[in-house]
Design a protein around this ligand. Structure first.
Ligand code: SAH
Length: 343
């Protein structure tokens, strides 16, 4: 199995290049091609000597991920599958908005959270993705659409706060404008099912990232049926942690609320949620449920979705309904899963 060069530190790259009798400055050139110019084909790195390009091609790969499949949705969303060096398949989604591209990355292979409605939960957690596997998803997304990703959202497969160490390493890479990817912290959204201790820890890291918390219910009883993690942390714990995050970072927390028919989307659910949210500086994003072929759940009617949103609005709450993107290619929220497990 060939090793990748993206995962190497500056010192390691210099060491490797020394074996090919290359000076130190080649490390920066190589890194520049891989990160700033999104080039993963050593053959195209034209300011490197031809001999070196050939040697690298023979001995290494640039990125720890290899694109296996690219699917285009009718609405312009692109989903691509990549293979890791240990032969796992992960999926990443590129969304186009009026303000530019946003990439939805996976943070783990599989997921340990066992949310009953989510496709990614099936099969459990295989392993965490490394910070460079997360970075490679963004670089490959930029390569595929030949444009910059202005936003990164951690809403693909996995629970990012359950891969805390690598998530922090990734954020540090984004802050390192010499060696990393230049992307503003405010343009990165971390979505979590509500891991309270990690939310509090993240509040102290001094990253200005946006935090999105999956609420999905207005009381602990219903939340407990949907998200097993809710039996560990109550809604009160989650809101307290959200408040703490805002106090320490100055960033407003977004709450996500999945609308599932006959589960959490009635008028009384809306008024209970309005009451709950009134006390917090928050924004709520309603996500109509995207169907998953092997799960029984469905979204409420459009009429009920609008009614739910309007009830919140009239209670003075800032609310948006998430536009469903890419569902024709199973690229919408909650539809990503580990394909190796799907067989
Ligand atoms: N583990 C993180 C990221 C998961 S994906 C989290 O839980 O927040 C991002 C969002 O999609 C989460 O709010 C998740 O609950 C939601 N989601 C999962 N399955 C879905 C589905 N089938 N339809 C719509 N949203 C779904």
């Amino acid at each position: 199995m060939k090793k990748d060069l993206l995962s190497k530190s500056k010192e390691e790259l210099i060491e490797i290049l020394k074996q090919y009798n290359q000076p130190k400055f080649r490390a920066n050139q190589l890194r520049d091609w891989m990160v700033k110019r999104n080039v993963s084909d050593f053959g195209k790195m034209l300011n490197l000597p031809k001999e070196l390009r050939d040697e690298l091609q023979k001995d290494f790969v640039a990125y720890p991920l290899e694109v296996k499949e690219v699917q285009h949705s009718e609405d312009g969303t692109v989903k691509f599958a990549t293979k890791t060096l240990d032969n796992e398949i992960i999926e990443t989604v590129i969304m186009k908005y009026h303000y530019g591209y946003s990439v939805c990355v996976s943070s783990q292979i599989g997921c340990a959270m066992e949310c009953v409605f989510c496709a990614s939960a099936k099969g459990g957690l295989v392993r965490n993705l490394t910070e460079n596997e997360i970075l490679a998803q963004i670089l490959l997304a930029q390569q595929i659409v030949e444009d910059r990703m202005g936003h990164v959202v951690f809403m693909g497969m996995g629970e990012p706060l359950n891969n805390y160490v690598n998530l922090i390493k990734f954020l540090e890479l984004c802050r390192d404008d010499d060696w990393g990817l230049i992307i503003g912290m405010r343009n990165i959204t971390i979505s979590t099912s509500g891991l309270v201790p990690q939310i509090r820890k993240l509040a102290h890291e001094e990253f200005q990232v946006t935090l999105a918390v999956s609420l999905h219910a207005s009381n602990d009883k219903i939340r407990g049926r949907l998200l097993p993690i809710a039996s560990k942390y109550s809604l009160k714990d989650v809101f307290d942690a959200g408040k703490y995050y805002t106090e320490h970072t100055g960033r407003r927390v977004t709450y996500e609320y999945l609308l599932i028919k006959d589960m959490n989307s009635s008028d009384s659910d809306a008024s209970e949620l309005a009451k709950l949210l009134r006390k917090h500086i928050a924004h709520i994003n309603l996500i109509p449920y995207n169907p998953v072929s092997f799960l029984p759940w469905e979204a409420p009617s459009q009429e009920q979705i609008n009614k739910f949103a309007n009830m919140l609005k009239s209670a003075g709450i800032s609310v948006t309904i998430r536009r469903e993107l890419g569902s024709d290619i199973d690229a919408a929220c909650g539809q990503l899963r580990n394909k190796k497990l799907a067989k």
